[in-house]
Design a protein around this ligand. Sequence first.
Ligand code: AKB
Length: 332
Amino acid sequence: MRHILVTGALGQIGSELVPALRAAYGADRVVATDIRMPPRAAVEQGPFDQLDTTDPQALREIVRRHEVEAVYHLSALLSAVAEEKPQTAWHVNMGSLYEMLELARQHRFAVFFPSSIGAFGPTTPRDRTPQDTIQRPNTMYGVTKAAGELLCDYYAHRFGVDARGLRLPGLISHRAPPGGGTTDYAVHIFHQAIRYRHYTCFLGADTSLDMMYMPDAIRAIMELMAADPGRLKHRNAFNVAAMNFTPARLAAEIRKHIPAFAIDYEVDPLRQAIADSWPRSIDDSAARAEWDWRPRYDIAAMTADMIRELQPRLRLGGPGDAARGRDQDAAR
Ligand code: AKB
């Protein structure tokens, strides 16, 4: 039996992609891997291997052992943490991708590579950013994403590796939390709004970025990997968009459900500079034309679903919660 391998499986995307792949292709065929030890529940749901993707020997061994058909290579550092640890980010994000593509060339398996709106930079047109345009990112995260896109294209054209990928926007999920991204505020805000009716945002009120609800992102990944190769002109690094908002706009949407919710701002210069170097919105017409991409969630549908899912799990409701929330915000 040939297997589907997911690296970084315990991360924000992996936590939802692995169950979706298992539902589609069978639990035994999907091998989840992560550098972290899995919680017991994750092991009970299907095969799991601990894997450090920066160890080429370990990568070779796992590919050989499982007879791999496709790899969803999700292990990577996100933008803010990559900017704090640029050397590690290069090593993790690029080193492991290179090894994976080499293995794909030798063993003939397909590779999914998640690029990002971070692959663009300050000289890119910022509104409705085209599919093919200037890419001069000025963050280490962006450098690894732009270089990763090129490397995937190189392996596809030079060696015939079926390497496909998306430029994902900020992802919003009620299941796994994000870690170390610039768009993470759009998840934190829901937790704080439900618990404390208050959130201190690390990006400025008018910072516009593209975002996507996780069910759309998972569907986009799976639809792209299943798409007819004959229709794909780009194959890799497709812009995909679903919604676009600022922190102030999201706060207003949350207030429709939680009228007492208040937001204030303590801008983090590192994350603000990253956000300011990214597009305000991207044009996903190539994905729409080449594999029929269509998002299902806009800001209203996403907000309603996030609150419906999180409220029963998070609501505290006791006296003094609002004040405790403010203390917690200040500590972050
Ligand atoms: C991040 O903020 O680093 C990611 C991304 C947009 O790539 N969510």
